[in-house]
Design a protein around this ligand. Structure first.
Ligand code: IMP
Ligand code: MG
Length: 181
């Protein structure tokens, strides 16, 4: 890009800060799972970049699976009804599952996912969310690992998009363009 994008505002989390925190999260998970090989469940598409960097910061055997859900659009935001677009390939029975999420806004998506995955009898189920928007969650989400708490504004970059754009930015930016959803 030769010119600055007019739809991007200030940097919310810079690349070096992001990477340093992910290394710390990896260390924590490495210590917490010293006897176990966790199964990382990434929530597509937003979490793909975080999952990639986080997994490389975990010095344990890990396994991967992915799930895709529809969160934004239609009435899902207010109803809390989330549609599974792609389900997991693996069976969760007796697995130590860590759900890897890009961002928690209202928390409805995660609340649904947690209920859904808990019903599949994992041995343990924890959540690692890179970003949590301050003060918007209506239910107690029990987030075991959190990268950053950020102000409740719309952000893009590092996996997060607006209409599929900006996912490849290495940092998290405020989005100042129109109609992000
Ligand atoms: P929630 O159900 O309101 O917590 O929304 C969660 C999902 O909405 C996230 O997993 C993202 O896919 C998307 N989302 C929420 N806030 C943002 C944002 O600021 N930028 C990009 N996507 C977002
Ligand atoms: Mg998501």
């Amino acid at each position: 890009m030769d010119r600055p994008d007019p739809n991007l505002g200030k940097i919310v989390v810079a690349e070096d800060v992001l990477q340093e925190r992910i290394r710390e999260l990896g260390k924590e998970i490495t210590a917490d799972y010293s006897e176990r090989a966790p199964l990382l469940v990434g929530v597509l598409k937003g979490a793909f970049m975080f999952m990639s960097d986080l997994s490389r910061a975990i010095e344990r055997p890990v396994e991967f699976d992915f799930m895709a859900v529809s969160s934004y659009g239609s009435a899902t935001r207010t109803s809390g009804v989330v549609r599974i677009l792609k389900d997991l390939d693996l069976d969760l029975t007796e697995r130590d599952v860590i759900v890897v999420e890009d961002i928690v806004d209202s928390g409805l998506t995660l609340a649904y996912l947690r209920r859904n995955l808990a019903a599949r009898n994992p041995r343990s189920l924890e959540v690692c969310a890179l970003l949590v928007k301050d003060g918007l969650q209506t239910t107690d989400l029990d987030l075991r690992y959190v990268g950053f708490t950020i102000p409740p504004e719309f952000v893009v970059g590092y996996g997060l998009d607006v209409a599929e754009r900006y996912r490849n930015l290495p940092a998290v930016y405020e989005y100042t363009g129109s109609s992000p959803q």
